[in-house]
Design a protein around this ligand. Sequence first.
Ligand code: CAA
Length: 385
Amino acid sequence: MSKIIKLTEEQQIIWNQVASLAKKEIAPKAEAIDQEEKFPREIIQKLGEMGLMGLVIDPEYGGSGLDYLTYAIVGEELNAACASTGVIFSAHNSLALGPINKFGTEEQKKKYLPEMCSGKRLGAFALSEPVSGSDAGALICKYEDKGDHFVVNGTKNFITNGPECDVVVLLATKDMELKHRGVSAFIVDRQLEGISVGKVEGKMGIKGSGTSQLIFEGVKVPKENLLGKEGDGFKIAMVTLDGGRIGIAAQALGIGRAALEAALRFSQERETFGKPVSRHQGPQFMIADMATKLEAARLLTWQAAVLQDRGEPFFKEAAMAKLFASEASNFITDKALQLHGGYGFCKEYPVERHYRDQRITEIYEGTSEVQRIVIGSAVTKEFRG
Ligand code: CAA
């Protein structure tokens, strides 16, 4: 654990509480959640009861009023136990609650936040489409202003919590010709007429979290559900993803940590050539690289979270954290599997699940290539010679 950032007593207490919950109640169920592709409803309910489904939201709106560093710590713990649970938690907190909290009116916050913070209503974020992913501004889901309401038509792709959500932060365009300036954001109640769940994806990892299309056909969205101003949607999405990327960095960190711990456990028990695998120099070098990358990933993740807590710009640091943590986690889960030998390839050991769960952290909420675009552009602009 990082020795350079001193946690407050409150942060440490919450960390201990979540670690205990993760160890006793979540990790033992992770294998079944993965194999049965089962949405962990009771666990999400429990997270709601513990105040973790509205972690940074002000208590005035039913949240716990905690900070983003605590969010990163909790994310790491949940994901170390079960990455399906981790992404449900992260998409709800960062991508759904985040923009409503930051850009919502007082009425919107009072209406939506309390039930979402309690875990009673689950949130999702609908940006990607069958034809637009990394090029987020090229979306074609359309809204029309009908005077006293908006009407939305379009299909959204790869929506985390799509099959189970109750509230969707939806991005749609008034006019594709306007590019990103035509995009607006809306808070949409899932039960509105005309919304259906399309294709539910079969995935290689995070199998307990639902990922689906959401289809909008002539959906009447009340005027008061516009989030921010018309035309602000793209920036709302970008700011939302800046925060979300800390959540995914924490996810990568949690999965990587679990894989390293699994590799340590296995390599200390298993003997080759007369001594435990872990005492050979080759495996020790692997373990050293895994542990070092994990620590660097944690420092970058915590740095981005602390900047967000201070209200300072953090988009570049969040992109760096996600890029580094997800690629570090790729390295760590791969080496952890290798250290298990043939057993690593078998479902009997959790490292096989960690290896599969990790892969998406390099893709969603902005691929590694998108993070490099964000970082490269920021670093170039900052340089003054
Ligand atoms: N904060 C505030 N404003 C921002 C911003 C940010 N982080 N990033 C860009 N903007 C603003 C720019 O300043 C610019 O403003 P002006 O119009 O005033 O000049 C405007 O937005 C357009 O910016 P760009 O020209 O840089 O936009 P672009 O079209 O070139 O795209 C991009 C940039 C970084 C590639 C962006 O499209 C992007 O992040 N793509 C990836 C999208 C993504 O992460 N998708 C994942 C969806 S969620 C998910 O994974 C599913 C899930 O449920 C988990």
